[in-house]
Ligand binder design. Structure first.
Ligand code: ADP
Ligand code: MG
Length: 285
């Protein structure tokens, strides 16, 4: 299984949203990380064959997705960023309905709906109306609908937006349960999501790919560039204005800063092991 993005650009009325994007996805969970406006949704819609790129193409096992058409879409599950639900449907009715739209037989629709309600932990409230569901419960319905056709490729646009910490943990568990033999691409601007689930991270900034790598490989790029220093509060305030600062702790009249800098930012600064938040600051500040 491979999904190749080849020289993809997208221009919306003269403004480029994507420029010369290239990468190849195989099995595993890929995290697309970038701030708002980076082009994540645009890229995912192009990969899902919902939007035509201005240049370049997307290949599924070497064949252009636009020419594969339905043969590609039946292998695909997509959770849009603005996943809307029908408030008067119950979870069960909604999934049965989407399953039929996706062309599953009545029997298969029933079987998959029951299976997925179980997987996402909504079986006991499947007869309740979606209008009364919490954000996390709705999001789980969204994940379930994307999985109805047992897709090989699962694309989820900001699936953890609006989830509370407990719901995030649950989401990660669902994801690791279902990601075997699948390609999962999920976008987020939340660093901890990536850290917890992604095998590979794609950093997208202003429509361009900055880096692609495993979380540990990206952290290596920051070695020797993250520093900690404890100073008086006044000195600390000055230094925090000169360098990107990923954390400040005030304690007993002193401040301890965590700074990103190519060189030692202060004679008292000590190098420290980089984390993913430092990485985000380093690439996206
Ligand atoms: N339909 C559209 N028409 C014009 N500009 C758009 C459209 N969709 C997105 N954009 C612009 O393209 C850029 C990337 O947007 P988007 O792909 O939504 O980024 P992200 O999902 O990372 O926040 C932004 O500057 C956005 O304003
Ligand atoms: Mg988006």
């Amino acid at each position: 299984m491979s999904l190749t993005v080849e020289n993809v650009s997208k221009i919306y009325d003269k403004t480029p949203a994507l420029e010369g994007v290239n990468f190849k996805l195989e099995y595993g969970i890929y995290g697309l990380l970038g701030p708002n406006g980076a082009g994540k949704t645009t890229l995912m819609r192009i990969i899902a064959d919902l939007l035509v790129p201005s240049t370049g193409r997307v290949l599924f096992n070497g064949q252009e997705i636009s020419s594969l058409g339905p043969a590609f879409r039946e292998k695909l599950g997509y959770l849009p960023q603005d996943f809307g639900v029908y408030p008067n449907f119950t979870a069960e009715q909604f999934l049965l309905y989407i399953a039929r739209l996706k062309g599953l037989s009545k029997f298969e629709a029933r079987r998959r709906t029951d299976e997925l309600l179980e997987l996402v932990g909504l079986s006991d409230i499947k007869r309740e109306r979606l209008g009364g569901f919490s954000g996390g419960q709705r999001q789980r319905v969204g994940i379930a609908q994307a999985l109805l056709n047992d897709p090989q490729i699962l694309i989820m646009d900001e699936p953890t937006a609006g989830l509370d910490p407990e719901e995030r943990i649950r989401f990660r568990r669902i994801l690791s349960d279902l990601s075997q033999n699948k390609t999962v691409l999920l976008s987020t601007h939340i660093v901890s999501d990536i850290e917890a689930v992604a095998n590979e991270v794609i950093l997208l900034k202003k429509g361009r790919v900055l880096e692609i790598g495993k979380p540990a490989e990206l952290l290596v790029l920051l070695e020797g560039k993250v520093w900690t220093v404890t100073l008086s509060i006044d000195e600390g305030t000055v230094l925090a204005k000169q360098y990107p600062c990923s954390n400040t702790v005030h304690f007993e009249g002193k401040s301890t800063l965590r700074l990103i800098s190519e060189q030692q930012p202060h004679p008292a600064a000590q190098p420290i092991t980089p984390n993913m938040e430092d990485m985000y600051l380093y690439f996206f500040r």
